[in-house]
Design a protein around this ligand. Structure first.
Ligand SMILES: Nc1ncnc2c1ncn2[C@@H]1O[C@H](COP(=O)(O)OP(=O)(O)OP(=O)(O)O)[C@@H](O)[C@H]1O
Length: 259
């Protein structure tokens, strides 16, 4: 990780649910401009890790540091202000809003106020709304779906909807992008396109990718952290992790999608 500033850092994070230790002294860092994969068998603690970063779950002990400061009391609604965006396991798109409106909703709070005022046709919001619309269209164009801006999500193939969800996460220009199983439900061809899109994010935000599809992880990640029963059992480059006996052991008996 030398040469890049570390944006997200977990230090000895432990999360307990009743008697169950979901994360057990987990430390990891996700540098800016790089893609960090978090993998592990079912129940390993991957989603819990995202939930801690997003403020849905408070750790019993340990620290989450973001841009060098401890994130102690943040809540999910603080994320945009903090420069953090997350895509959900599902799509999370609003079915009654157009693709463009869905992406505009992902922008920062100030701009969003402009968006809602814009919907109410308040003149002072016109300029904000136009700027936001332009940014949203630019993100859609980068992801190759600007032509669908006026359509409703339900009218579009799943892979296209996924791109819209990614555009929504990117419109606020986050410094940290959390991708929660983005390949779920995609065809092989759509997954190749997704890999291309994620690789295209290199050099931008810190990207943390939780994913079951090993081939995607191995293709797009600069570094991979492997969790098993809440503990980090391996970390390193995709090649280092792939050949690690502890990782092979952890996955023994697991059906690894795409492996
Ligand atoms: N809110 C909760 N209350 C109680 N136990 C929970 C809660 N959330 C997660 N767990 C448990 O914590 C452990 C880690 O779960 P988590 O969802 O983080 O794993 P995961 O690696 O994301 O799994 P998967 O790959 O199946 O999504 C599991 O044993 C799970 O049952």
């Amino acid at each position: 990780m030398s040469g890049s500033s570390v944006n997200l850092e977990l230090r000895e994070v432990t999360v307990r649910f009743a008697g169950l230790v979901a994360l057990d002294g987990v430390s990891l860092s996700a540098p800016q401009g790089r893609v960090t994969g978090v993998i592990g068998p079912n129940g390993a603690g991957k989603t819990t890790l995202f939930n801690v970063v997003c403020g849905f779950v408070r750790p019993r002990s340990g620290e989450v540091r973001w841009r060098g400061r401890v994130l102690g009391r943040h809540r999910p609604h603080d994320l945009t202000r903090l420069g953090i965006a997350r895509t959900l396991q599902g799509l999370g798109l609003f079915p009654g809003l157009t693709v463009l409106e869905n992406v505009m909703v992902g922008a920062d709070r100030q701009a969003r106020a402009g968006f809602w005022s814009g919907l109410l046709a308040l003149p002072r919001a016109d300029r904000d709304e136009a700027a936001l619309r332009e940014r949203a269209l630019a993100r859609l164009a980068e992801l190759g779906v600007a032509g669908e801006a006026a359509r409703l999500p339900g009218q579009l193939p799943y892979g296209v909807q996924k791109r819209v969800a990614l555009a929504r996460a990117l419109v606020a220009e986050p410094d940290l992008l959390l991708l929660d199983e983005p390949a779920a439900g995609l065809s092989a061809a759509e997954m190749d396109e997704l890999a291309e899109l994620i690789r295209g994010l290199r050099g931008g935000p810190a990207v943390v990718l939780v994913e079951h599809h090993m081939d995607l992880v191995m293709n797009v990640c600069d570094q991979v952290v492997v969790l098993d029963f809440g503990k980090v059992i391996a970390s390193g480059t995709p090649a280092e992790v792939r050949d690690d006996p502890a990782v092979l052991d952890a996955y023994l008996g697991e059906e690894v999608a795409g492996a």
